[in-house]
Structures are given as C-alpha cells and as structure tokens.
Design a protein. Structure first.
Lengths: 330, 325
C-alpha cells in the first residue's frame, strides 16, 4: 500500500496535483520542442527530460513571490514553476523578439527574467554560482528575507566558479542554496570520468556546510531537502549543497548523438525510474490522479502548448537594426 | 595527395604530431570518445590511447591550468576550448600565466602549448558561439595567434604551432570547417608562423584579410577584375606576429589598400594594419587605407547575421572608394 508522504510535508492533495501538472507541462513542452526541431522549425533544443521532478519539487519549496533563482540551461521545470509560461518558453525556442529571456539573442535555455527574479546566465557553465552568491551577499547586507537558489549540472561542479562561489557563501553564511542536478553525463562524459568522490554532496565537507544527496526522481524528497535548506538560509545559518540524482533521458542536445558514448539498455533502464512516471503512479495509488483528471490534464496541456507554439511561430523576429540598441546606455 | 576539408586537415595534422612526438597530448571537453563536438579529434583516442587523447572535466579554467602544469614537465599540450566564446573562462590561464612565464622566469621556463578553438560567424550560432576574439589575443604579448583560411594551410600551421616553443592560439573558423576541400599532402609539412601568403597577384590595390574573409576578398577581386581593377590579395595566416613586411611591400607596389576583418571595427587587427601602413609606406599611398569590418555591437543574432557580417560586396565598395579617391 502506498503511504501518503506529502501530507506530513504540509502539501495538500491539490498542491501535489499542481506539482505533477507542472512536471508534466515541462515534459510536454520539451517533447514539443524536439518535434519542432526535427521538423526544422526551431534551431536547437537542450532538454529537461528526466529532471522535471527535482526541478519542480525544488521550486515549490521556495518562496515564489520573493526568492531569487539562477537557473541553468536544463531548468524548464524550475522556470515554469517560477512563473515563466509555455508561450514564453516557445518564444525563446523560436528566438523571437518577444522572448522575455533575451529577445532571441542568446542560445536557447539561457533563462533570465527580471520580473521573475531570475538571473540571466552566460554560456560557459557555472558562472551562475558566484552570481547567486552575490545576490545572497546583497540580501545579507540589506537584511532582506530572501533565499538565493542556484542550480547546475554535476559536470559544472568541477568548475572553479563552483568552488569560489560556495567557499565565499560558506565563509559569509549567505542565504544560498546550491542544487546540483546530477544527471550522470556532461555531454558525453560519464560521472566516473568527471569526479572521483562518491557523491557530489561530499564536497560540502570542504566548505564546512551540510551536503545532502536525494533521489532526484522523487519531487517530495527534493521538496523536503530544499525546504530545510531554505529554512536554514532564512535563519542565517548559511548555504546548503544539495545533490539530486537522476538521469538525462535525452541526448545532450538536438545536435548530439548519444549512441556514440552510451548504450540504449542503460537509457531504457533509467526510463523505468523516470520521476514523471513514478510520481504519477504515486498519485494514482492515492486516488488523487484519477483517469478523468489525467485525461483532462493531458488535454489542457496539449491546448496550452498548441496555443503557445502557434503564437510563437507567428511572432516577429527582432528587427536586424535593433542590434544597435543597448550596446551602451541610451 | 588526399582531398580534405579543413577540419579533416586539422585532424590529420594532430594525428601527424601525435605520431611524431610522444610528448604531444590532446585534451579537452568531449574530445575523446565523442571526438569533439565538431569531430576535430575523431578517432584520435582510439588510435593513441586515453593517456594521450583524453576528456577533461567541464572546466575551461582547469583545462588552461592543466596545460601549464604539463608544459612545465616537458609535454606539448594541445587543449581544445569547445567554442572560443568560452575563452573568457580561461583568460587568466592564457593571458595571465602561459603568455608570461617565459618572461617571468628569465627564459628558464617556456610554454609550448597550442590552444585550438572553433570561432567565427555565418553558421547561425548567436553570440558567445561565433565571436571573433582574435584581437583580444593578439594584444597579449607572449602569444602567437594563427588563423588558417584553407585545408592546406590548416594542416601545415597546426603542425608548426605544436612544434613552436611558445603558446599559440589556433583559431578554426567554423564556416570553413566543411565548406570546401583542398589537396592536402599525407606527410608532415609545415607552414611558417608569422608569414603571410599572397594568394592573388595584382597591381591596382592590395586586399589584406585572414580566416573566412580571404574567400570574400578573392571573390571581390574576381568582381573587380570585370571592371578592370587588378587586386592583390594577402592572406595573413598569422595575426600575431604580423607579417608587416609582406603587407608593406605589396602596398608600395599598388599604392592603395583595403583591410578586411570579420571582427567588430574597434581596436581590431585591421586598425593595427592600417597604422603599420601609414607609418611605413605613407609616401607610396595614392589614397587613404580603408577598412571593412563588422559593426561595433555584440555579435549578431541569426536574423541580423547576414547583414552584420562583412562580405565581398562591402569589399568592392571600399575598393571603389580608394580607387576613385
């Protein structure tokens, strides 16, 4: 018998259904982007598939009215949960002028929106960690009750910026949560060739902060971990390093051929643990996700994504002459 | 002789030097089993083993530091930076350290490192993936900056770079990777660093270019010929050190020059060349030396790219201006 695990976390049946809806929206948006890419309509996709559970679980544990986020390029689930819409995601996929992230000026997946308190990232990975630490320092100086949440892949945890950022945040006990989404691959390079430690969270020891590893396919486990880290941050107890373990279900990007470096059996095995499937089963077992709720949900998501796609496809590109603006203040 | 694309010629050059010198090491992000995101190192790991051709963690700054350590121990590292826009992450290792160690150590340490990296526009990759940052590198004393324009030069120049005893930034224009093939000798050969190539003889005007702009210049020269203008074209091949001698010799002959770069206008290689010409050949000039360059903005997004990038028409226009001065 499946035990109700969300009630003790303070989550209602409605909350977990909304959490699932957001995970499924991220998955369906991502799947649509692959179709659009293969149809030659959008240039590039870098995917969230396999990481939705940790992304949405984490975002739900934040104060989505005031906390800051520095997401990384796979965080479709994070940005949706924080208020970015399917339409806005499609606008960035089509690189249209209305894209709130960069107006089509950056690669896809470079999320950033001031209105959502979401920092814009650069292309070299992990530069977002020191940025998030800066927000944490500002919060401390200004005595603001906010948490700065930053995500990255496990490959990125090898960058100097990871160390420099975490070290500073730890020394100064800043309200920062660093969540490493361990999807087992840095493009083609498997975890064992990336790091020699057993867990990415072991690295927390070097900074004198808590480091925890949770199942990234379980949104409730991630919710709980991020909630505790946010409580610590708000109590001025400093940063927490969280590792969420899952698996990247797609190739690195629409331009990558993962058959060069990993075998199908491994991917098929990982798909059995896919959080989108296992969490749906949890909700079915508790009779929260009934057949009719599920089919209504799929139908409404399809409509939402269809509308987003139609809108974004028809939207205008930025005028070429607009490139002259905002190089300097005007 | 084999017909090769520029990327095949680069792979062949790397293979040649891996065979020639056991101290040569090739490494970087995804260069091993995956053969690099552009396939420049395809097959090298299986041929030479994981000790000599290996994947690194995803850490540009770490790659630079690793190369420096290896070079102090007598290796000839050939690291790859996956896109040259990511060079900012490793600038400290490059400009702050490897370019200066010979100077700082009183000539007791040298850095025989060749950093390879794809760059350049016209393949619909927006900013950070297409930027021309060679000017940034050329401004750093201690570095050599090499930019091939064709497969034959690419192999000869990569071999020369690896054999060179100072750090070389070897920039590979993405648009040229697979756009055409050349006859490339299968054996080892070198193309001298710091030596420009006159790719077309002419008497009326000198066009000075490098990288993808060499093709644009050759195309412009063909068009100008129809109007009776005989252009000489110089492919710099190396922008640091600059082959000022070949440039000045040509300008003294033609009396007119247009300098072409794909990079943004300000503080570029073209400005440097114009200054060198004024300083060394002003009494031979019939007209001011003009430049063709991209506008001073962040690198263009896809819909602006074609307008933004310099092309052969821009070159023809400037040549007409100097001819009709």
């Amino acid at each position: 018998m499946t035990i109700n695990r969300h009630e003790s976390l303070g989550l209602s049946d409605q909350d977990v259904l909304e959490l699932y809806r957001m995970m499924l929206l991220a998955r369906r948006v991502d799947e649509r982007m692959w179709l659009l890419n293969r149809a030659g309509k959008i240039p590039f996709v870098v995917s969230c598939q396999g990481q939705e559970a940790q992304q949405v679980g984490a975002a739900f544990a934040l104060d989505r009215e005031k906390d800051y986020t520095a997401p990384y390029y796979r965080d479709v689930g994070v940005v949706l949960a924080l208020g970015m819409t399917a339409r806005e995601l499609m606008l960035q996929a089509f690189a249209k002028a209305e894209d709130p992230n960069s107006g089509g000026r950056q690669m896809p997946g470079h999320f950033g929106a001031k209105k959502l308190r979401m920092l814009s990232g650069s292309s070299p990975v992990t530069t977002q960690v020191p940025h998030a630490v800066g927000i944490g320092l500002a919060a401390k100086i200004e005595k603001k009750d906010i948490v700065s949440f930053v995500t990255l892949g496990e490959g990125s945890s090898n960058q100097g910026d990871f160390h420099e950022g975490l070290n500073f945040a730890s020394v100064h006990k800043l309200p920062v949560i660093v969540m490493v989404e361990n999807n087992q691959y840095a493009i083609s390079i498997p975890l064992k060739k990336q790091v020699a430690c057993e867990k990415i969270s072991d690295r927390a020891l070097g900074y004198g902060i808590p480091g925890i590893t949770v199942d990234g396919n379980d949104p409730l486990a991630v919710y709980q971990a991020v909630k505790q880290a946010a409580d610590r941050a708000r109590a001025s107890e400093g940063p927490t390093l969280i590792e969420t373990v899952s698996y990247r279900l797609t190739p690195h990007s629409s331009d990558d051929d993962d058959s060069v470096y990993r075998n199908k059996e491994e991917v098929e095995e990982a798909k059995k643990k896919d959080g989108v499937l296992t969490f749906a089963q949890y909700l079915r077992d508790l009779n929260i996700l009934t057949d009719s709720v599920e089919s209504d949900l799929e139908q409404s998501l399809k409509e939402e994504i269809d509308q987003a796609t139609t809108y974004a496809e028809a939207a205008s590109y930025a005028e070429p002459k607009s490139i002259y603006h905002h190089v300097y203040g005007e | 002789m084999a017909q090769m694309t520029m990327i095949q010629a680069i792979t062949d050059g790397l293979r040649t030097e891996l065979k020639n010198d056991e101290n040569v090491l090739v490494f970087g992000e995804d260069v091993g089993q995956n053969g690099g995101v552009f396939r420049a190192t395809e097959g090298l790991q299986s041929e030479f083993g994981e000790d000599r051709v290996f994947d690194t963690p995803l850490a540009e700054s770490g790659i630079g530091g690793l190369a420096i350590g290896l070079a102090t121990q007598g290796f000839r590292p050939v690291p790859e930076i996956q896109f040259f826009g990511f060079v900012y992450e490793v600038m400290d290792s490059i400009s702050g350290q490897m370019a200066r160690l010979r100077y700082r150590s009183g000539n007791t340490v040298n850095m025989p490192i060749t950093i390879r990296s794809p760059f350049g526009g016209g393949v619909h990759t927006p900013e950070m993936h297409a930027d021309s940052l060679e000017g940034l590198m050329a401004q750093q004393p201690g570095l050599k900056v090499v930019i091939p324009s064709n497969p034959y030069d690419a192999k000869g120049l990569i071999i020369s770079s690896i054999r060179d005893n100072d750090p070389v930034i070897f920039l590979e224009h993405m648009k040229l990777y697979r756009s055409f093939r050349d006859e490339v000798p299968e054996e080892a050969y070198t193309v001298e660093l710091g030596k420009a190539n006159v790719t077309r003889d002419g008497k009326d005007v000198t066009l000075i270019a490098y990288g993808a702009m060499v093709q644009a210049s050759m195309k412009a020269a063909e068009e100008l010929e129809k109007d009776g203008i005989d252009a000489e074209v110089i492919d710099l091949r190396t922008i640091a050190p600059l082959d000022v001698e070949t440039i000045v010799e040509s300008v003294k002959k033609t009396g007119r020059a247009v300098v072409i770069q794909e990079a943004q206008r300000q503080a570029g290689i073209a400005s440097q060349i114009v200054a060198e010409i004024q300083e060394r050949a002003i009494l031979y000039l019939e007209a001011p030396v003009l430049r063709v360059a991209a506008p001073d903005t962040v690198y263009a997004f896809t819909q602006a790219e074609e307008i933004w990038l310099p092309n052969h028409k821009d070159i023809v226009e400037k040549v007409n201006a100097v001819i009709n001065y």
